[in-house]
Design a protein around this ligand. Structure first.
Ligand code: SF4
Length: 490
């Protein structure tokens, strides 16, 4: 093993896939930007590195984009005072290395021939580079490396006559995952890609319409959940109400199953199911598939907690908070020096010795990505006196990168892509290791099992069965379906 594989680097101190964005918009409310700030605050788990809000006051657009948490930037009165108007959209993002500059912070805003357009995007366009190269040859100039700017250019260069038609013309040229919220001088527009890979919901606050990535953003402002946008649906919101369009060829939905495992907040409801309840069901399935003779069940907090509760209930074992998480460690705290790197995990997690000492412990976590954090946590639990450490993972082995708006390491860095379960158990030094099966995951989210011919979800990071073309990534080493798609797939 290369030395760096054993070191928790700054980004690895939290060894998870990261959803890259949350979006929120409100139409028809005087304090629109303040409401968007609250909504983005509830969506902070979907991106912590930068945020932006664009508002419209009836004659002028106002744009604020900042690096940092919502609470550090958008709660300042001076910032909110500049965001005048009764309609506004916002975005919070997680940036991958090299893409965290202010120029990539959303919403994007541009003055087009017939007025301003702001766009905020959750997802990833898998043909953005290809489209961008074509547009550049035709004379377009890009100022960022964000795929959202590609959408703006497609709208701007469309030959259609009105904004609805131009927006539809633009999104019909996209591949991949896109839950979009856009703002013009007269409309707020929401759009979900034809497979509905990322979530987007419609809400209502005293007659003002809201679009948000998750229902928790409605809860925080006391808004009413109206419904999930349907896969492939575009909603156009004006002062007259909501109008729906379905401009895409109908396809079987493939919602991201990892939203249930990790991304969405447990107090959100996704596609009609409460995420906390699903995670408990996942834990119960995990216990049925991978029983273990042990004394206590301990979650790796916070993300492993609901599954650990489900595991403990199904296996009739006591649930103990044997690891305590420090919530005040920022992602940027850990410095890239060797001595600090070795301390990385303990800054965030500490073993609760009194609960663990002398016990046979089942550790429950949501997933294993690189495995470096699991290794350190197991070592910490052993040092706290555990007699045995068994690890149970509330998802199948994560074998492939995500191309749909999630920050993932390249496939070769995923532990499960290069090791068997037995070798992984040895690597993280546990007495036993068990993963939830893909059929078990489907059962937990309410399907009888995975239908290999027609899967109900995107599960590509477990199965490599990517549900869309990946035009910009063709030739990547980890894409099983590309040849099938090229031979006449979607
Ligand atoms: S590959 Fe599919 S299931 Fe995995 S995180 Fe990405 S969208 Fe979700």
């Amino acid at each position: 093993m290369a030395q760096e594989d054993n070191l928790p680097l700054a980004g690895e101190a939290d060894d998870h896939f990261h959803d890259e964005c949350g979006v929120f918009g409100i139409f028809g409310r005087q304090d629109a930007a303040a409401i968007v700030t609250l909504g983005l605050h509830a969506l902070q788990h979907r991106g912590q590195e930068a945020a932006g809000i664009v508002s419209f006051d009836g004659s002028q657009f106002h744009v604020e984009r900042h690096i940092g948490l919502i609470g550090d930037t958008f709660t300042k009165q001076s910032v909110l005072d500049r965001l005048k108007g009764s309609r506004a959209i916002g975005h919070t993002r997680y940036a991958t290395t090299g893409g965290s500059g202010l120029r990539n912070v959303q919403p994007f805003f541009a003055e087009l021939a017939d007025g301003g357009l702001a766009v905020a995007h959750n997802g990833n366009i898998t043909n953005a580079m290809t489209v961008q190269r074509r547009l550049q040859k035709e004379g377009s100039i890009f100022s960022s490396t964000s795929d959202t700017e590609t959408i703006m250019h497609l709208v701007a260069t469309s030959k259609e006559r009105d904004i609805n038609s131009r927006f539809i013309d633009a999104v019909r040229q996209l591949e991949g995952a896109f839950s979009l919220v856009a703002l013009t001088s007269k409309k707020m527009i929401g759009c979900r890609d034809p497979l509905g890979i990322r979530p987007l919901v419609l809400g209502d606050l005293d007659g003002s319409y809201i679009l948000a990535s998750e229902t928790v953003a409605l809860d925080i402002i006391g808004a009413r959940f109206v419904r999930d946008l349907l896969p492939g649906e575009i909603v156009v919101i004006t002062s007259k109400g909501v109008e729906s369009f379905f401009p895409f060829e109908k396809q079987k939905p493939r919602f991201c199953i990892f939203e249930y495992v990790y991304f969405a907040r447990p107090d959100s409801s996704v596609e009609g199911r409460n995420v906390y309840e699903v995670r408990k069901a996942i834990g119960a399935e995990l216990a049925r598939e991978n029983p273990v003779d042990a004394d206590i069940v301990v979650p790796v907090p916070d993300s492993g907690t609901p599954a650990a509760i489900g595991f403990a209930q199904a296996s009739n074992l006591p649930f103990e908070l044997g690891i305590i998480r420090n919530h005040y460690v920022g992602r940027t705290f850990i410095q890239p020096t060797d001595s600090i790197r070795h301390m990385g995990v303990k800054l965030k997690h500490n073993a609760n010795r009194r609960s663990i000492e002398g016990k046979r412990v089942v550790l429950v976590d949501d997933s294993i990505v690189r495995g470096t954090t699991s290794q350190k946590i197991v070592q910490m639990v052993r040092e706290a006196g555990a007699k045995e450490v068994h690890m149970r993972i509330a998802s199948p082995p994560t074998r492939a990168s995500c191309f749909y708006g999630v920050d993932t390491p390249e496939t070769a860095k995923l532990l499960a892509s290069r090791m068997s379960v037995e070798d992984m158990a040895e690597f993280i030094r546990v007495d036993s290791l068990g993963f939830l099966s893909i059929d078990g995951l489907y059962r937990a989210v309410g399907e009888a099992q995975r239908n290999n011919e027609q899967p109900q979800y995107c599960d590509a990071c477990f199965t490599k069965d990517y549900p869309t073309r990946l035009t910009d990534h063709e030739g990547a080493d980890n894409v099983r379906t590309l040849s099938l798609l090229a031979a006449g797939g979607q």
